[in-house]
Write a protein that binds this ligand. Structure first.
Ligand code: URA
Length: 256
């Protein structure tokens, strides 16, 4: 019999680590009595297990560790980044119909934002990429990336030419809420009429880019994400997805 010290992962977390469901879905499975550990039905979601020793079954079948997959999707406008939508809107999963694995998006995009979404069933990577461990270094991409502060690059089209003062403010940080100031960002104008701006940010606040511009009286008309850390959207067609290449996955793994 193993010692309780080796039981170091909660049962829902263990199930999600095996890549078959999110932690929330795993909790529901446990509460509805579908999960056994070493032959016993367990309805306690705080129960801790040892993934190497304990035999976890779902509906009587041993849960095998799933092969991890990593996808990149070019999200079109009009799709929400949720699994199911109470308003019956199109979701990103409508674009992933032939993907049989359970995958979740690493960070979200608004309904009207287009571009790069990463999807995986690798919970550990998802957590590392979305839960910053330490403050970012805006000048050192690799240091911030190592600290879990993943850089995300967007191209925003705005309703009027951006002026120099606004650019400086976007770079040093703006208040997008009463007490919420954004971290330093890289900001560059990319067209002659000063209405297309490329921004690299290290946070993922709700509607962050739109709110950054709104705080300075600009309106974002189009927004597209073109890069997450080392992964580039490239020429992937709108509405299509592909598996990341081995070198791309290796670069992501440096974060784990
Ligand atoms: N910032 C936004 O405003 N929207 C997104 O979808 C992503 C970043």
């Amino acid at each position: 019999m193993q010692s309780s010290r080796e039981r170091n992962v909660s049962l829902p977390r263990a199930i999600s680590k095996l890549g078959v469901a999110s932690r929330k879905q795993a909790e529901e499975m446990i509460l509805s009595g579908r999960v056994t550990v070493n032959g016993l039905v367990l309805k306690n979601t705080s129960f801790r297990v040892d993934l190497r020793e304990d035999k976890i079954k779902l509906d009587g079948e041993a849960i095998q560790k799933k092969k991890f997959i990593y996808l990149i999707l070019n999200k079109p406008k009009g799709y929400v980044t949720t699994r199911s939508d109470e308003l019956n809107r199109k979701t990103i999963y409508d674009l992933l119909k032939n993907v049989r694995e359970w995958v979740f998006p690493v960070g979200r995009l608004d309904k009207d934002t287009t571009g790069l979404l990463l999807l995986t069933n690798d919970n550990k990577l998802g957590e590392v990429l979305t839960n910053p461990k330490s403050p970012p270094d805006p000048l050192d991409h690799r240091a911030s990336w190592r600290a879990g502060r993943i850089h995300k690059t967007y191209v925003a089209k705005i309703n009027k030419p951006v002026d120099r003062l606004a650019l400086e403010k976007l770079r040093s940080g703006v208040f997008i809420d009463e007490d919420l100031k954004t971290l330093p960002a890289k900001v560059n104008i990319i067209n002659g009429t000063r209405t297309e701006i490329m921004l690299t940010i290290v946070e993922g606040k709700n509607r962050q880019v739109r709110r950054m511009f709104e705080s300075l009286t600009y309106k974002v008309i189009e927004l597209k994400r073109i890069q997450i850390g080392p992964i580039l959207l490239g020429n992937l067609e709108l509405g299509c997805f592909r598996h990341l290449t081995k070198p791309e996955v290796e670069k992501l793994m440096e974060q784990k």
